[in-house]
Each structure stands twice: as structure tokens, then as C-alpha cells.
Design a protein around this ligand. Structure first.
Ligand SMILES: C[S@@+](CC[C@H](N)C(=O)[O-])C[C@H]1O[C@@H](n2cnc3c(N)ncnc32)[C@H](O)[C@@H]1O
Length: 543
């Protein structure tokens, strides 16, 4: 990586390390950070009270291209915790539906009589206890009370622009309520200079800056620039959280250390955020000393044009990672079309980083298409895909069948359709597992396999999608094995072999899903996976 500055550990000119306690020649290195060396175990033990606050498997360094970024200071194994961090603030996401400002429960289906309106500001909450929470009552309520005579949020089924102000306001109010937390918030990249030239700047100017200045009377406390910085810091850095009861809504959380991770379209970490808004970041694949810890700010199962557009718009940079630069997206062909001329080749962008201008060419017959034509085809397909309801199994299947001659089997819209189908077969009330035919069970397995073949490349290692898909795959495999055996269509030895295969899939799913928050859907799946694995293991040993 060019231009990266790293603070190297103290070592003599010949490169060998010295003991941090006695400066004798060191023979061992701290396993936690890979940085500090010791001559013997005793000195390591003696040094621990001092070293433990600095013992981290990463460093924050500066790079000309990425800005501040996180680099592994030792080799990190898959599953190893890189860091844990609690959110310094949380708040509603732009464009959200009205929600409780404390627990973020969606108020969409709550009757007016069941709402609690805060006596100070009249904002709706799910219950009185939430309105009394200190984040609201001790800071923002008095600011929002200025809106009381002007705003009443009545329609819970439509987003209200006032919610756009809440998260920036919470960030800004840290200045007086929690100055220690305001420092890292203020230090986040806001990209004001780039954002100033975008259409969003004007929207924030009206909906947030002018609202906080004119309606909330905060012009003495925060300048226009400071308010825009808060909006930018959130757009560029905040993580999306799925709190329980919030329905489909996402909440924003600010994690200053996690914000230091650069983006790569194939990340090497995974993160879990628990109910207390604590984030745990682990390596999903081996990370070697000196390598960056990369998060993915975009959805890994999207195509290059879609990921790069999101990163350009919300994170203000042009991603040129290995995946974006490769026309085949690391051989996944997630954006490839089928050639309509020779029908055996796939049409790929010649210069994938120039999505608006690049010609696309068939890998077999050199048939060419312009970017405009390709983008139009994909946009039309996307429109059709987005019109499919979440449980419409038949429509997803129809979509896959109808367009099989148009796009690569792994096309990102097909992969998304498969992701939905992998969950619907076996879970949707019309397709419960035990009611599935052998053909449908086979279909579920093949959908999961195809999904895994893509996930293994773009979300490799200990990642949520792999854990969930492996778990989804084990159940039809197990059921098929049992049905076949009970029908006398396989021998005991063959049956045992099939069960062994299920066991190994389930063991991997368990390893991945056990890293999830037990209160989350994936965490619950992890618990179920542990039980299923235990049962299968007992079953195998009794065979
Ligand atoms: C969440 S911040 C990461 C920390 C940031 N580098 C800093 O110094 O504060 C996101 C910003 O980092 C930079 N960045 C992250 N990943 C990048 C990448 N793959 N290529 C170029 N810039 C990147 C961009 O400026 C982006 O808006």
C-alpha cells in the first residue's frame, strides 16, 4: 500500500527485538498485538498491567489513498476478535417511518391511543419509559420542544422530514452532554468539500440546517458548517443497526473505531451489533500482519455498477478494488449478460471502472453492446425484480426461468432471487419443510449451493450469509436422506455417508452462527444449529 505510515515497534538497527522490560534480546512476542517483545514469560507477565491497555491486534495508520485506516499488527485468525466497541450515539436513519426515539420500535401499526406523546416536545414514543430515557429527556427534548407548536406527527405510515434532524442533532448535542464522546464524533470524516457540490447538500441545508437554526433556535450554538459536518459524519461513517421490534427499519450507530476501516468489495471481517449497541468485529478470513482490515460499505451481492454508485453517492469515493476492476468480478460473473448472438459467451464490461462509457463485449464472439444498452436492460430487469413481493415463491422462480437466456446464472438479480428462495422453501407457510416434495427439497439444496458458490468468493469465510445458507441447506439434505433410507432406496452405509455430509455442513454453520448475537434471527438460528448438530452427532454414534 503506497504512502502508508506505520509506527514500527522499537527494535535495534539489526531488526531483532528487545524485551520491553529489561531490553535484553527478546525471544518471544506478545500474541495479542504481535508488537511488543519479551526475553521471557516472567517479564511478559510483569509488563501486562501496563501493556494491556495498548495490546491490540491492529493499528490506525494514514494512507494517501484511503486516509486513516486499520492495519493488522499481527496475523489474525478467522473468528478472532479484532476489537469491540460501543456506539457513541444512535439515531433514526434518513427517510425512516415514525419510530420511538429511544427503542426505535416502528410506530406504523400503533394506534394513537397506545402511543405516548412526550409532554415536553409532543414526539410520539412507544411508551412513557422511553420518553423518559436520558438521551431524549436530558438533551434533545428541550430543543425539539421548540417545534411543538408547529409540528405534530400524526401519520405513522409516512416518513416525516423532522426525523432527518434527530441523528445530526444527537451528534451535535454530545458537545455539551458528553464532551468526551463529541471529540471522536467531531473527528470523523465529513467530506464537506465534496458533499457541498452534491444535490444532498441543498436538502440538508433546508431540512436540517435551517430547521435547527430557525425552528429549533440553535444558531447560537452550532454554525451551518458544524451542522453539515454532523450530517456528513453520519452519511460517511454510521453503521446500520437492526434493533429488535424496529420492523424493517434500520437505525444508525456511530462507532468511531469501526469507522476507521476502509472499504473493499470483498471484506475480511464481520461485525455483530448486540442489543446494547456494542459492536464485535472479528476476522472472517485470515488477515496477515500489515494487511488492512476491510469492511464492505456496500452489499456484497450487488453488481459492480450498483456498489460503485452507492459508494460514490454516500461515501464520496470511487472504488477501484480488485473486484470492481475485474470484468468478471473475481469469476462470479455477477453483472454478466448472456450473449444474444452466439448464446454461449457472456457479455462483460471492457473497462468496468467506467460504467457509463465502457463498451461491453462477448467473451466468445466479440459481439459488442454499449453501456447505455446494458444499463437499460439491467434497470428494466431490476424494476421487474423489485416488483416481486417478499413471499412470492412462484414469481421468483418465474423470474429465474424467464430471464435465463438473458443474464449469467450468477447475475446479481438472480442471486438475490435465490437468496429469497433459499429461505422461502422450508419456511413459507405454503412451503413448509416436511410438506416439500423430493424435487422441491432438491431445488432448495441446489439454490443454496449456487448461492454459496458466489458467497464463497464475495463474502468468504465466517460470514453471516454463508452461515445462514449452510444452515438452510442442511435441513433438506437431512430430510432427503431420511426419506430415501426409509423408502429402502439406500443402504445403511450410504445413509451414514449422507448424514456425515449433513454433519459437516451443520458444524460449519454452527461455527459461523455462534458468533451472532443470540437475540438476533441469525443467533437463534445458531442456537438451533447447535441443537441439531448435537442430535446428529448422537445419531451418528448410535449408528
Ligand atoms: C468510514 S471512512 C473511513 C475512514 C477514513 N479513511 C478517515 O480517515 O476518516 C470512509 C472514507 O474513507 C475513504 N475510503 C474508504 N475506503 C476507501 C477505498 N476503498 N478507496 C478510497 N477511499 C476509501 C473514503 O474517503 C471514504 O469516504
Amino acid at each position: 500500500m503506497s504512502g502508508m505510515k506505520m509506527n514500527r515497534p522499537e527494535s535495534p538497527a539489526n531488526g531483532s527485538k528487545v524485551c520491553a522490560v529489561c531490553r535484553a534480546k527478546a525471544s518471544q512476542i506478545c500474541g495479542g498485538c504481535g508488537e511488543i517483545a519479551y526475553c521471557a514469560k516472567e517479564h511478559q507477565k510483569q509488563h501486562w498491567p501496563i501493556h494491556k491497555t495498548q495490546c491490540k491486534p491492529y493499528k490506525i495508520v494514514f494512507d494517501e489513498k484511503f486516509g486513516r485506516c486499520m492495519v493488522a499488527s499481527k496475523n489474525i485468525k478467522p473468528g478472532e476478535i479484532i476489537f469491540r466497541e460501543k456506539a457513541i450515539m444512535t439515531g433514526p436513519k434518513q427517510g425512516c417511518l415514525p419510530c420511538c426515539l429511544t427503542c426505535y420500535t416502528s410506530l406504523e401499526n400503533v394506534e394513537e391511543a397506545s402511543l405516548f406523546r412526550c409532554p415536553g416536545c409532543n414526539f410520539p414514543f412507544c411508551q412513557e419509559k422511553c420518553a423518559k430515557n436520558s438521551v431524549h429527556s436530558e438533551a434533545e427534548c428541550s430543543v425539539l420542544s421548540k417545534t411543538k407548536s408547529r409540528i405534530t406527527i400524526n401519520d405513522m405510515t409516512k416518513s416525516h422530514p423532522v426525523y432527518q434532524c434527530i441523528s445530526p442533532l444527537r451528534g451535535l448535542l454530545l458537545k455539551t452532554t458528553q464532551p468526551k464522546l463529541f471529540e471522536p464524533f467531531k473527528g470523523l470524516e465529513d467530506h464537506n468539500n465534496l458533499r457541498r457540490k452534491t444535490e444532498f447538500w441543498g436538502v440538508y441545508q433546508v431540512n436540517v440546517v435551517e430547521f435547527l437554526h430557525k425552528v429549533c433556535e440553535l444558531s447560537d450554538q452550532f454554525t451551518e458548517e458544524e451542522i453539515h459536518s454532523a450530517c456528513g459524519a453520519l452519511d460517511v461513517n454510521a453503521y446500520e443497526i437492526r434493533p429488535p421490534n424496529s420492523g424493517q427499519q434500520r437505525v444508525l450507530g456511530v462507532f468511531p473505531l469501526a469507522s476507521m476501516m476502509s472499504h473493499n468489495c470483498v471484506s475480511n471481517m464481520n461485525h455483530v451489533i448486540d442489543g446494547n449497541y456494542q459492536m464485535t468485529v472479528r476476522a472472517s478470513v485470515p488477515i496477515m500482519r500489515g494487511e488492512q482490515v476491510f469492511s464492505s460499505y456496500a452489499l456484497a451481492l450487488e453488481g459492480t455498477r450498483e456498489r460503485r454508485a452507492l459508494l460514490r453517492q454516500s461515501k464520496l469515493f470511487e472504488c477501484d478494488c480488485a473486484r470492481c476492476s475485474d470484468p468478471t468480478e473475481c469469476s462470479t460473473y455477477l453483472s454478466a449478460l448472456r450473449c444474444q448472438k452466439c448464446s454461449t459467451g457472456f457479455v462483460l464490461p471492457i473497462r468496468p471502472l467506467e460504467e457509463k462509457e465502457t463498451p461491453w463485449r462477448c467473451s466468445q464472439c466479440s459481439y459488442k453492446l454499449t453501456a447505455v444498452v446494458v444499463n437499460r436492460v439491467v434497470d428494466k430487469l431490476k424494476e421487474e425484480f423489485e416488483a416481486i413481493g417478499p413471499n412470492e415463491v412462484e414469481k421468483f422462480e418465474e423470474f429465474l426461468k424467464r430471464h435465463a437466456t438473458l443474464v449469467h446464472p450468477n447475475h446479481f438479480l438472480f442471486t438475490s432471487a435465490r437468496q429469497s428462495l433459499s429461505q422461502l422453501y422450508g419456511r413459507d407457510e405454503r412451503f413448509l419443510l416436511n410438506s416439500l416434495t423430493m424435487e422441491q427439497l432438491e431445488r432448495k439444496i441446489s439454490i443454496c449451493q449456487q448461492l454459496l458458490s458466489v458467497a464463497n468468493i464475495v463474502e468468504p469465510g465466517l460470514t453471516r450469509i454463508r452461515g445462514v445458507t449452510l444452515y438452510e441447506m442442511h435441513a433438506p439434505m437431512l430430510l432427503m436422506a431420511r426419506r430415501t433410507f426409509e423408502a429402502g432406496q439406500c443402504t445403511s452405509a450410504e445413509f451414514k455417508e449422507k448424514i456425515e455430509a449433513v454433519r459437516s455442513i451443520l458444524a460449519e454453520a454452527t461455527r459461523i452462527l455462534s458468533l451472532e448475537d443470540p437475540a438476533s434471527t441469525e443467533g437463534a438460528m445458531g442456537t438451533a444449529a447447535v441443537q441439531a448438530l448435537d442430535q446428529i452427532q448422537r445419531w451418528i454414534s448410535s449408528m
